[in-house]
Design a binder for this molecule. Structure first.
Ligand SMILES: [Zn+2]
Length: 227
């Protein structure tokens, strides 16, 4: 077999142009409405409290989340896709890690929203992942000064670094008070309420807000005998 191409999972992938073409064909899969990547990440367990639906069933789903959220470029997505076929055990381990980090982030923010102390085990987990992420950061000069950047996203778990970091930064910021869960009991997606008056109730008006409005309209009509 020629260098630069490989038969993986029945699909012929070459290292450069072909894989880039494949990634361009991929439509976004995740609804990113939270305004913070760590909260969007929490929302990948959909309908969490009533009928949980796992949106990260495979490592490929996790990588696609990274792509949709802008943490990984298309070529990086393709590279991790390919490598996960070659090292499936490592990919599975990182998927498990991702799920543990996600639940830790959820548990910490959920406790805070409900005016309870953050569960120590969840906070310890988030701390450990945030510290690991910090070990992959370096300062680079920019036009106006410096900024933190992460090492090259070649490692299987590299897309977890900015997620852990975003959660840690949010916890230590004055935005913490504006982390909310959607008011729909069948949704409860997390988001950062950046609205002017901080009265946002819904993850998304079309997804949950309108549904609730229709429901209220129906109840009102029914109780007034109009339906
Ligand atoms: Zn919602």
């Amino acid at each position: 077999m020629q260098r630069g191409s490989d038969e993986i999972g029945g699909i012929l992938l070459t290292e450069t142009k072909e894989t880039m073409k494949i990634s361009r064909r991929r439509p976004p899969r995740f609804e990113l409405i939270a305004g913070n990547v760590s909260l969007d990440f929490v929302n990948t367990l959909d309908d969490r409290h009533i009928n949980p639906k796992e949106l990260l069933e495979t490592y490929l789903d996790l990588v696609r989340f990274g792509g949709d959220a802008g943490l990984l470029s298309s070529p990086q997505v393709d590279r991790l896709f390919e490598r996960s076929y070659i090292e499936p055990n490592l990919a599975a381990r990182v998927l498990h890690q991702a799920s543990e980090l996600r639940e830790a982030i959820h548990d910490v923010f959920w406790a805070i929203m409900n005016k309870r102390p953050a569960p120590p085990a969840a906070l310890a987990r988030l701390n450990a992942d945030a510290q690991a992420a910090a070990g992959h950061m370096h300062l680079v000069p920019t036009k106006n000064g410096f900024e933190w950047r992460f090492d090259d996203f070649g490692d299987f778990d590299s897309l977890l670094w900015p997620i852990a970091r975003a959660a840690a930064d949010l916890l230590a910021s004055d935005q913490l008070a504006y982390v909310r869960a959607c008011s729909s009991k069948t949704c409860e997606w997390f988001f950062l309420d950046t609205s002017k008056n901080h009265h946002r109730r819904w993850c998304d008006m079309t997804r949950c807000g309108n549904r609730a409005k229709v429901q209220r309209f129906y109840v009102r009509k029914k109780s007034s005998g109009e339906l």
